[in-house]
Design a protein around this ligand. Structure first.
Ligand SMILES: [Zn+2]
Length: 96
């Protein structure tokens, strides 16, 4: 089941929102991509197996929670943690 999850743009603190599946946990939101990670846009299938995260373009990709929000037009990156793949992911899994 998916549910809305919100994130803050690290540049201007505009709130963006994604529909997320419960089995994904978030690693971090950063103003730059992590090396070697595969990011897709908020309009693509970010739940796909080969997506490691989401590349937002603040205010320009339709992801802002408030449709009136302008955003800053800069990119930022949400990186996922998948359960069991990293120590951090396993720790998150135990908490649920
Ligand atoms: Zn912004």
């Amino acid at each position: 089941m998916s549910h809305p999850v919100t994130y803050y743009c690290p540049h201007c603190e505009t709130v963006v929102e994604l529909q997320r599946e419960g089995y994904l946990d978030d690693k971090s939101v950063t103003p730059y991509p992590l090396e070697g990670w595969n990011y897709v846009s908020a309009r693509e299938d970010y739940g796909a197996d080969d997506a490691d995260g989401v590349r937002f373009v603040c205010g320009e990709d339709g992801s802002t929670r408030d449709p009136e929000a302008d955003g800053c037009g800069r990119a930022f990156y949400l990186s996922f943690v998948r359960h069991g793949t990293t120590a951090a992911g396993q720790a998150l899994g135990r908490r649920e």
